[in-house]
Design a protein. Structure first.
Length: 437
């Protein structure tokens, strides 16, 4: 097992954007796990590492971590793709260039404690002094902001047009009526060919839609950019937590209308049903690796508001059983129920037939797994994957018997719009129609 990194507190705050600009320009495999622009709580982690497989035997039933240091003091940063998880769960899965996920073992890290306004540097003992000097010398400049993309907007290419997507919704409802599933998370994707600057795209994304699990992770030839609002799994000191999101409404610039949208989401029967189905599924998944009787629903149907959307969020926790490892947790819970539907295996099997192509990194998860058994993994949603001269944005929604097809189409458009805008792109004409939104 790799050794823990040594940590040193800097005397003053260092600008995260400036640190990452410098790091990203000099190194190939880099990460920024981002608590969001103007964050006042939580931690962000910027760093680099060496390519390494994520081990499955890291134990989670460990003593509480040292609260005098950052929560991540060494381990792995990266992502798992949806198809790898679906295949491991016994569902059919498309071949994907993202198969198996990608991870780096962190060697140099900068940790930002947003609540305390403190910056930490972490590295192995023989590299800590030099890394500290590099980070401390970083200064912000006028270039540490997003550069607007010039020219006419690009037009995204859609895997399905709205009429095709409505047809898939109807097929989902037929499966539900037949008792084959009671919820299916139906997704599609939008593609934006072209030469994209991943860092500039990410800075635009985080500026427009800051989220507590944002991220820029570049490993090999692929770059994941995310403004994810959904925490998939968090583990610390033997306790595990998941926070599934089901239920979305767009924000409005009119405060009265905006409040009405949030209030309607909070009491909507269909959205509550969709949310509680996934809560029940996640309770079942966690019960496979948690102590009997320890599963708790600590928050149900809580409306959380982000710059682009209101979301209906619930929280489920449990105490892991003795000997539980990262591998056993992922085997029990991945892919996340909020991105499959329920029953999980039945839903994934049918979605493979309906969607007609791989999801790739979208609908997977990303974040860190610490050598001390801590982990924080977010859902890959509200995200962009860039490889060579191609960028892909996935979007979807949970389909139940009570789904209104036009509302589901509008929800997909709402979710895709901000990531596409960060690319300097707009929805295809049919998806962007005011009739749908």
């Amino acid at each position: 097992m790799p050794e823990r990194l040594s940590a040193r507190l800097l005397p003053a705050w260092v600008d995260p954007v400036a640190v990452f600009r410098s790091l990203e320009a000099a190194h190939a495999d880099v990460f920024w796990l981002d608590a969001g622009a103007d964050a006042r709580t939580g931690w962000s982690f910027i760093g680099r590492g060496i390519a390494a497989a994520l081990p499955s035997d890291v134990r989670l039933d460990v003593a509480p971590p040292d609260t005098t240091t950052p929560p991540f003091t060494g381990g792995w940063v990266g992502w798992l793709d949806y198809e790898t998880g679906a295949r491991a769960a016994g569902a059919p899965a498309f071949a994907s260039t993202d198969q198996g996920g990608s991870w780096v073992l962190a060697t140099h890290v900068v940790a930002f404690d947003h609540a305390a306004g403190q910056t930490w540097v972490l590295a192995h003992d023989d590299a800590l002094a030099a890394w500290t000097a590099v980070v401390a010398a970083t200064s912000a400049s006028v270039t540490d902001v997003a550069t607007p993309r010039g020219g006419a907007p690009l037009i995204a290419e859609a895997r399905h047009d709205p009429d095709e997507y409505v047809g898939l919704i109807q097929r989902c409802r037929e499966l539900i009526r037949a008792g084959i599933a009671y919820q299916l998370c139906l997704t599609t994707r939008f593609r934006v060919p072209g030469d994209h600057d991943p860092l500039e795209v990410y800075l635009r994304l985080r500026s427009a839609t800051p989220a507590h699990h944002g991220g820029f992770v570049r490993i090999g030839r692929r770059t994941l950019l995310s403004a994810s609002p959904e925490q998939f799994l968090y583990a610390e000191g033997g306790t595990v937590r998941t926070r599934p999101i089901k239920g979305t409404r767009p924000r409005s610039v009119d405060p009265v209308e905006d409040a009405a949208l949030a209030a309607e989401l909070a009491v909507n029967t269909k959205e509550r049903a969709e949310n509680v189905m996934i809560v029940d599924l996640m309770r079942n998944d966690l019960s496979r690796i948690c102590e009997p009787g320890s599963i708790r629903v600590e928050g149900l149907w809580v409306v959380e508001s982000y710059p682009a959307v209101h979301q209906l969020v619930s929280t489920v926790t449990g105490t892991v059983a003795a000997g539980t490892t990262v591998g056993s947790l992922l085997e029990a819970a991945f892919p996340a129920g909020s991105m499959t539907g329920a029953p999980k295996l039945s839903a994934m099997t049918r979605l493979h037939d309906l969607e007609g192509g791989p999801r790739g990194i979208y609908a997977g998860c990303f974040g860190y797994v610490g050598i001390d058994g801590t982990l924080d993994l977010a859902m890959v949603i509200r995200s962009i994957v860039i490889e060579a001269d191609d960028a892909v944005v996935g979007a979807g929604g949970g389909i139940t018997w009570g789904s209104d097809p036009s509302a589901e189409v509008a929800e997909v458009a709402t979710k895709a719009r901000a990531p596409l805008a960060a690319l300097g792109a707009v929805l295809p004409v049919l998806w962007g129609s005011d009739i749908l939104n």
